[in-house]
Design a protein around this ligand. Structure first.
Ligand code: FES
Length: 158
């Protein structure tokens, strides 16, 4: 009788242990499911931390690197920028990210305009959208030439 009671107690103890283990397992599964559902929603809703350009002024090129009626792409923080030397020798700088669907724009020296190859969007040399699907102008930057170096910075108060 005593042996049977001890065996029953041991069985009951094992059952409690199993139940506790199953609760932990089930709770962990529910928690993991919630995290896997909530995390992508939060990532979609919250703006990415790299939305900020991360810089206010960069060395975009040297004078010797940029002939008249040509351009170059430079890195402005986390985004590309476009530095243009016009046919008359003036410098213009703007964001190189198209305002339509964010393709990188380029300078067309044959047209002397800024062109987005993705959907044939066109901007003038001040970054104003003049044809095609782009809904807004490109962000314009300031250009400062110091000796042989060309610096580009965000417009003050922008
Ligand atoms: S992404 Fe530039 S025109 Fe569509």
């Amino acid at each position: 009788m005593v042996v049977a009671a001890k065996a029953a107690e041991q069985d009951e103890g094992r059952d409690k242990g199993r139940r506790r283990f199953l609760h932990v397992l089930l709770g962990g599964g529910v928690f993991a499911s919630l995290v896997s559902f909530v995390y992508p929603v939060l990532r979609y809703v919250l703006p990415p931390p790299s939305a900020d350009l991360g810089t206010d002024s960069v060395l975009a090129a040297t004078v010797a690197e940029l002939k008249s009626n040509s351009a170059r792409i430079f890195r402005f923080g986390s985004r590309p920028g476009l530095l243009i030397r016009t046919a008359s020798g003036e410098y213009r700088a703007m964001s190189a990210t198209c305002t339509h669907l964010s393709c990188t724009v380029q300078y067309r020296n044959d047209l002397q305009q800024v062109w987005c190859a993705c959907h044939n969007g066109m901007y003038d040399l001040n970054g104003r959208n003049i044809s095609g699907p782009p809904p807004r102008p490109l962000e314009a930057y300031e250009v400062h030439v110091k000796g042989n170096e060309i610096y580009v910075s965000r417009k003050q108060g922008a």
